[in-house]
Write a protein that binds this ligand. Structure first.
Ligand code: NAD
Ligand code: UDP
Length: 307
């Protein structure tokens, strides 16, 4: 099997490449390194074909392709708000380029969508048939709306051209190889705790998230690609936690002397988020296995070595 992974030098992409190589795939990775790092490919650099390229530009690949995993996109609020237009174009034009490639090659295509398509949800937990509550002109819109557009484009390539498309609505995922500077909550808290710097909780920390460990996510993405399910499907861990509790847990697990401090909450920060994963359980026979405490411990170990 021959797979193309866009966003291969990012957090999820690099883990997915390792997973596919272990399964015996030939892997081609594409990345423009705008948020990813070539260091994430260090262990597999001799096994993967890496192409430094922006997916908003048309991409030619010689030979056959069986699967395309389209993961390229800035993912952290700090990163996508720093490059909003680039994010919009990556998820719109970039997704179109990758869908055209899938059409040409007869490859299956998986789009990395996001729980952000639900915006600041008015329904809880979030089920795939909920259409969401998104501010189209808010600071998160460059990401949320372009990911929503990407879902629309993807499903229309299925309806119109019969491309074997898959749409994964990925909920907050964490683990080794997350960039310490990308501003997401788990790398922020771990980095701050290990350096005994203040742990920055936004607002009063009463907002919730549900965190999925990377090995579970990669399994879910792979299972989805192997399925024949073309409508959006939630992938995430349904165990929900308040951000203030997460801060306390990271402080405890790192045995840190950090103080927990409270900062202004950014606008449109979703108040709660938890996936309903009944569909993934039924269709993919998939559910996360790694609990937050164990996942955090191995993530902390990685940050200790790599800070
Ligand atoms: P990441 O920032 O670590 O990785 C994204 C990668 O895409 C980076 O290596 C970046 O350089 C690359 N990239 C961005 N724009 C590109 C372009 N135009 N051309 C080529 N490469 C480009 O983020 P991640 O957490 O690994 O996220 C991967 C995917 O999963 C993204 O599509 C993201 O939206 C989605 N997702 C992630 C999460 C999460 O919690 N990690 C949650 C929901 C959705
Ligand atoms: N957050 C926080 N402190 C930080 C970074 C993030 O309290 O240093 C909060 C943020 O306001 C949000 C949650 O943690 O409510 C998750 O943020 P993240 O940026 O990881 O992802 P999001 O789910 O918001 O896209």
């Amino acid at each position: 099997m021959r797979a193309l992974v866009t966003g291969c030098a990012g957090f999820i992409g690099s883990h997915l490449c390792e997973f596919l190589l272990k399964k015996g795939y030939e892997v081609i990775g594409v990345d423009n390194l705008c948020t990813g790092s070539i260091k994430n490919l260090e262990e597999i650099k001799d096994s993967i074909t890496f192409i430094k390229k922006d997916i908003t530009r048309p991409l030619r690949i010689s030979g056959a392709l069986d699967e395309i995993y389209n993961l390229a996109s800035p993912a952290s609020p700090v990163a996508y708000q720093r490059m909003p237009i680039q994010t919009i174009l990556t998820n719109s034009l970039g997704t179109k380029n990758m869908l055209d490639l899938a059409l040409k090659k007869g490859a299956s295509f998986l789009q990395a969508s996001t729980s952000e398509v639900y915006g600041n949800p008015l329904k809880h937990p979030q089920k795939e048939d909920y259409f969401g509550n998104v501010n189209p002109v808010g600071p998160r819109a460059c990401y949320d709306e372009s990911k929503r557009f990407a879902e629309t484009l993807t499903i229309n390539y299925y309806w119109k051209f019969g491309v074997k498309t898959r749409i994964a609505r990925i909920f907050n995922t964490y683990g080794p190889k997350m960039s310490k500077d990308d501003g997401r909550v788990i790398p922020n808290f771990i980095t701050q705790a290990l350096k005994n710097q203040p742990i920055t909780v936004y607002g009063r920390g009463l907002q919730t998230r549900s965190f999925c460990y990377i090995s579970d996510m990669v399994q879910g993405l792979y299972k989805l690609m192997q399925s024949d399910y073309c409508m959006p499907i939630n992938l995430g861990n349904p165990k929900e936690i308040r951000i203030i509790e997460l801060a306390k847990l990271v402080k405890k697990l790192t045995k840190s002397n950090s103080k927990i401090v409270f900062k202004k909450i950014p606008p449109d920060d979703p108040a709660k988020r938890r996936p309903d994963i009944r569909l993934a359980k039924k269709v993919l026979h998939w559910k996360p296995k790694v609990c937050l405490r164990d996942g955090l411990k191995s993530t902390i170990r990685w940050f200790e070595k790599n800070l």
